[in-house]
Ligand binder design. Structure first.
Ligand code: IVH
Length: 680
């Protein structure tokens, strides 16, 4: 009995310690973007806590991290009233309108120099989170501003939301705190999400905002838990037991409670400094990981905010200075078909050229024929096109009515537009495919994928050169690349001696490649960067992978039946084996990803652990991606710009301004050769 009691006490202690650890690591990962343990280790801790809670129900606390994985589905959402209405913002579209806003405030206060806090206007979904005695009890969408839907279970699944305000070691928590913020999905996660949906025959989300809204309105929070939602907090509703005097102070206090605040805030600035920040933010816009549609300007002092008050639906102390739209309306002039590396045919809209946020757009993806049917799009239609970051512009909907005698509905061709072989629609898939693996369009796309940054990372082989190489018969499979000589390249139009030398050199130095990159480069259907990484983690080398059964591959966490079958079939195909053998004959050397990593069993012991590192210049013995992977494996944080917070700058050949800055700031500089030695 006594032994049992002791055992229970220890388990209770373990549960408590697991909870603390999970809160700390989740905060580091989701809020600080500075993880110190691997995802696998985090999952292991979480699983242990789930196991304990399954066995001892009384140990499940309301703020347990296990609550983030989703609760039983709801039948419908209930609604709740916001204690203070969630207001909207007035918009400004020019500096003058912002100066007018400032003038109104000056007049109202009879005061000259007003200080503002300015921050990005995030393009997502507004929610209010209610914390009672530190515990997250309710989350409500903005709804009509007065009341919204209760989405607490869904909100709990978002890793960057603290479930308990005392989780970060805070001893003083307010009796009541309502915070407000924007739920978003970042661009990269959005692209991955839509890619998965395309593969699973599901409707695509038009943009990250729609994806965030759709994910938040799931009745089954287990579905929401799988969506990459994130949140930034920008304001407060009611509060008791917390005194906040300025917008700036609010953000600092909220950070201490564990909330995520966007780092692109300027606090206590004049209206002219605010306008200058708008310009900088606009220039930064496309590099930011998430979508923003303007800048919000808020009077910093809360007393003054209260004094100024509000109009019917918006405060008088804040304004949104909007950026030019990234969506425009234009006309579809034609629809062409592109053939991808796996033979998938993608319809592409030829547009009446339109300027979207400073870039002339002439083409936009239509994804597949199901999407065209769903949007009911034909040549001649007016459509809404969006452009975001580097991704290909997309048609997201048809606008307006059609006239009579219009173009016929779009139909996929019967023959491949490039090689004229028969097109097949694969059972259960949306995609139409050209099944001729020797189709020049497919070879060209396979080549482009093969040399891309996450693959062999060979510079100088773009769309035009790939096309020439295939059309001139110099390349029939990716393996031929390693047999190319300068004299072959010189035969091609617009290829000079210098670039021929550089290309051959780049091909040669790409031959040492990690297993993960090699698998990715092969361009196996359904096998992107993540699947390639998982395969490289499980199998030591290609021979081991080649011996695996479909079932064994599918056993890998994160790889489903479609990918495992695809990988298995790819490797078993004699044609592919020949191509791989040919590469190895040419000297391609595939190394195991782990052989490079220093002290992998004892991470915190290496010099790069927990350090901020910048890579600059051209590395000669490894690619930049490889160096980055190794550093991350060592527990370093690899960033792109040098600041006083940088611990090391690793320099390759021809390093430029970053090296200069590192010297200025007296940051420790490590030459590539020394870096190599340190790893060994
Ligand atoms: S402050 C009373 N700050 O914009 C202050 N709103 O048009 C109201 N939004 O519903 C909001 N980023 O969803 C504020 N940094 C930010 C914001 C932001 C996005 C959204 C929010 C609000 C809408 C108002």
């Amino acid at each position: 009995m006594v032994a049992k009691k002791r055992e229970y006490k220890e388990i209770k202690k373990e549960a408590h310690s697991l909870k603390e650890k999970l809160i700390e690591h989740s905060h580091r990962y989701h809020v600080l973007d500075d993880p110190i343990i691997s995802d696998a280790e985090y999952d292991r801790l979480m699983q242990r806590l789930i196991d304990i809670e399954d066995q001892y129900e009384e140990l499940v606390l309301p703020d347990s991290p296990t609550k983030r994985v989703g609760a039983p589905p709801l039948k419908a959402f209930t609604t709740a009233v916001h204690s203070f209405p969630m207001l909207g913002l007035d918009n400004a579209f020019s500096d003058q309108e912002v100066l007018d806003f400032n003038d109104r405030i000056k007049k109202n206060l009879n005061q000259e120099n007003i200080l503002y806090t300015v921050e990005p206007k995030l393009d997502g979904v507004a929610v209010e989170l209610v914390y009672e005695n530190g515990l997250l009890t309710t989350a409500i969408t903005r709804g009509d501003g007065t009341s919204g839907e209760v989405v607490t279970e869904n909100i709990r699944t978002i890793g960057s939301i603290p479930l308990n305000l005392s989780g970060q070691g805070n001893t003083e928590v307010p009796e009541l705190l309502e915070v407000r913020g924007e739920v978003i999905i970042n661009r990269q996660d959005f692209d991955t999400l839509n890619k998965q949906r395309l593969e699973n025959n599901e409707n695509l989300f038009a943009n990250p905002r729609n994806a965030a809204a759709g994910s938040l309105r799931q009745l089954d929070s287990k579905v929401t838990a799988k969506r990459p939602l994130d949140i930034f907090i920008y304001g407060a509703g009611d509060m008791l037991g917390l005194n906040i005097r300025s917008q700036n102070e609010m953000y600092n206090k909220f950070k201490k409670f564990g909330f995520k605040i966007t780092p692109h805030i300027k606090s206590r600035v004049t209206i002219h400094e605010a306008l200058a920040w708008y310009k900088e933010l606009e220039a930064l816009r496309e590099q930011l990981p998430y979508e923003i549609d303007g800048m919000v300007i808020k009077v910093d002092d809360i007393e003054i905010q209260k004094f100024l008050g509000q109009k019917a639906r918006s405060p008088k102390w804040a304004i949104a200075y909007k950026f030019p739209a990234m969506e425009e309306v234009t006309k579809i002039e034609g629809i062409i078909i592109q053939v991808g590396r796996t033979g998938t045919l993608t319809p592409v809209a030829l547009l009446e050229p339109v300027n979207i946020g400073g870039v002339t757009v002439k083409r936009a993806s239509l994804h597949n024929s199901d999407e065209i049917d769903r949007m009911d799009i034909r040549v001649g239609d007016s459509v809404l096109v969006i452009r975001a970051g580097d991704v290909i512009p997309k048609v997201i909907k048809r606008l307006g009515q059609r006239e009579e005698n219009y173009h016929l509905p779009f139909k996929m061709p019967d023959l491949c537009p490039v090689c004229k072989s028969v097109i097949k629609k694969i059972e259960g898939e949306v995609a139409y495919k050209c099944i001729n693996v020797a189709c020049p369009a497919q070879i060209k796309e396979r080549l482009k994928h093969f040399v891309s940054r996450d693959g062999f990372d060979i510079e100088g082989i773009g769309d035009k050169l790939s096309k020439q190489l295939v059309e001139q018969g110099l390349i029939n499979s990716v393996a031929d690349l390693f047999y190319l000589q300068e004299k072959d390249l010189l035969k091609l139009e617009r290829v000079g001696e210098k670039s021929a030398i550089n290309i051959v050199k780049a091909i040669k130095s790409s031959k040492d490649i990690s297993f993960k990159r090699f698998v990715y480069a092969l361009g196996i259907n359904y096998t992107g960067e993540t699947a390639a990484r998982l395969l490289a983690e499980k199998y030591k080398d290609f021979n081991q992978l080649a011996k695996a059964t479909i079932g064994e591959i599918e056993d890998i966490d994160g790889i489903g039946p479609i990918t495992s079958t695809s990988v298995y079939n790819f490797i078993k195909s004699s044609e592919n084996s020949l191509i791989i053998d040919k590469m190895i004959d040419a000297g391609v050397n595939i190394f195991n990803d782990k052989t490079y990593a220093a002290n992998s069993d004892n991470l915190p012991d290496n010099v790069f652990f927990n350090k901020k590192v910048v890579l600059t210049g051209t590395l000669e013995t490894m690619t930049r991606k490889e160096a980055k992977d190794i550093l991350i494996h060592c527990g370093a944080k690899v960033t792109s710009s040098v600041s006083s917070k940088t611990d090391f700058v690793i320099v390759g050949k021809d390093a430029g301004s970053k090296l200069v800055k590192a010297k200025d700031l007296k940051v420790k500089i490590i030459e590539e050769q020394v870096f190599k030695l340190m790893l060994e």
